[in-house]
Design a protein around this ligand. Structure first.
Ligand SMILES: Nc1nc2c(ncn2[C@@H]2O[C@H](COP(=O)(O)OP(=O)(O)OP(=O)(O)O)[C@@H](O)[C@H]2O)c(=O)[nH]1
Ligand SMILES: [Mg+2]
Length: 201
């Protein structure tokens, strides 16, 4: 039987940057124009096949309540959490039109690093790429800073246009797989085999 690797993904970022939109676009191929702030934490599940490997993604979406995200981050990093020993990844989302949201991501990264001795995989995502003309700084500047100084992955996407959403999760799975493996263009990712959604206890 094929082994299924579970990858836990925590999606964090300032209010309104599009965290829920990115997840819903990936899991259910849907996008909503109206803004409904996330009020309770949600766990999404998605199965994916990549280079003949099977993955189960558990994607955590958090509300921006005062007690989040620090406590949630720590809980997520706790190895006893759900009794799983699996890959843990953070997607830190900002809005490419909002410097404040980028600053928020910077703080989140520091909080994550401060709360663990073993740095987890962090991917920084600039969302709302369809609003490109209103961006606060050119892409290459952000990319250089995040990759070289922060040592994190960097990608821009648009949840609204479904642009680079699959690529984001594909890159994420590639990064969680053994880094020495060579990855060819034959990689194929089928997101959203399951659309199940449930709340964490
Ligand atoms: N133009 C554009 N708007 C987007 C995009 N992604 C999300 N939005 C809009 O931004 C608003 C906020 O999106 P959400 O996904 O709810 O943001 P969030 O980060 O989950 O917000 P909180 O749950 O409050 O933390 C909504 O009105 C979305 O329609 C995008 O890629 N482009
Ligand atoms: Mg939300």
């Amino acid at each position: 039987m094929t082994m299924v690797q579970t990858v836990q993904v925590a999606v964090l970022g300032a209010p309104g940057v599009g965290k829920t939109s990115i997840i819903r676009q990936f899991v259910a191929q849907e996008f909503r124009e109206e803004y409904t702030p996330t009020e309770s934490r949600q766990l999404y599940r998605a199965s994916a096949v990549l280079s003949e490997r099977m993955y189960e993604l558990l994607i955590l979406d958090l509300p921006n309540l005062p007690r989040y995200p620090v406590s949630a981050v720590q809980e997520w990093l706790d190895p006893r959490f759900r009794g799983l020993r699996n890959s843990r990844v953070f997607i830190l989302v900002f809005d490419i039109c909002s410097p404040e949201s980028f600053h928020h991501v910077k703080q989140l990264r520091q909080q994550i690093l401060d709360s663990t001795s073993k740095p987890p995989l962090i991917v920084v995502v600039g969302n709302k790429r369809d609003q490109q003309k209103h961006r606060f700084v050119p892409r290459h500047v952000l990319s250089l800073l995040v990759k070289k100084s922060w040592k994190c992955g960097y990608l821009e996407c648009s949840a609204r246009n479904n642009w680079h959403i699959l690529l984001l999760f594909k890159e994420l799975l590639i990064s969680t797989t053994t880094r020495s493996r060579s990855h060819t263009s034959s990689i194929c990712l089928q997101g959203a085999l399951h659309r199940e959604r449930c709340s964490i206890m």
